[in-house]
Design a protein around this ligand. Structure first.
Ligand SMILES: Nc1ncnc2c1ncn2[C@@H]1O[C@H](COP(=O)(O)OP(=O)(O)OP(=O)(O)O)[C@@H](O)[C@H]1O
Ligand SMILES: [Mg+2]
Length: 203
């Protein structure tokens, strides 16, 4: 049995991850791939409860980081690893790069601490491909302001926070050896999808 591929979508709030995830799933399924679509924090019943807490309640930065990785541990155990082992692909709206970008870049937690949790929870498992939707903070906030959803605890942060988050993603992309593919998300949905089509054709 060939192990499935693990693809993640990343980027600041409002960059366009959720707008493309179902479309991407459809394109992969059209190739005959069996695929699980999921998200973080969340993806399991317990993970979704932790998500509700994480998006609503204020807490110590280390508590926030530990809960993110607790939800991730459950996600890997109950959903991601079993799916990959039976040969299914997994498409996740956010994964560990978000912990480095938000808790590390955005909130200033030492990256070394996050790497400890990453090694603990994931061992050697990394996404095969990460699509990083990269967009200026100004445009991302503009796009979010057009939606009717009330802002969650992260979306309420100011522009300087999101600048740091974006910068952390960009740096990780450069250092990722090609795993993290930046996608210029200032373009139209159609243009972005044309590029996504080319990228997924290569995996
Ligand atoms: N290329 C685009 N051009 C114009 N508007 C877009 C584009 N991509 C997404 N949008 C709009 O921007 C808003 C935010 O997009 P989306 O919800 O996909 O972002 P997200 O990355 O999932 O954000 P979050 O992290 O908050 O979930 C949506 O209203 C969406 O319709
Ligand atoms: Mg989203």
């Amino acid at each position: 049995m060939t192990r499935g591929k693990f693809i993640t979508l990343e980027g600041v709030d409002g960059a366009g991850k959720s707008s493309h995830v179902d479309w991407l799933a459809g394109r992969l399924r059209a190739r005959g791939i069996t695929l699980v679509v999921t998200r973080e924090p969340g993806g399991t019943p317990l993970g979704e409860k932790l998500r509700d807490i994480l998006l609503a309640d204020s807490m110590h930065l280390e508590t926030e980081t530990l809960l993110m990785f607790a939800a991730r541990r459950e996600h890997l155990d109950k959903l991601i690893v079993p799916a990959l082992e039976r040969g299914d692909w997994v498409l996740s709206d956010r994964f560990s790069d978000a912990s480095f970008a938000y808790q590390g870049g955005g909130r200033g937690l030492d990256f070394a601490r996050i790497r400890v949790l990453e090694a603990w929870v994931q061992q050697d498992l990394q996404p095969d491909l990460t699509l990083f939707f990269d967009l200026s903070v100004e445009l991302a906030r503009q796009r979010l302001s057009n939606t009717s959803m009330p802002p969650d605890r992260f979306e309420k942060e100011g522009a300087p926070f999101f600048e740091r988050v974006r910068k952390a993603y960009q740096t990780r992309a450069i250092e990722s050896g090609g795993r993290i593919r930046p996608i210029d998300s200032s373009r139209s949905m159609d243009e972005i999808r044309q590029e996504l089509e080319l990228i997924i054709a290569t995996i």
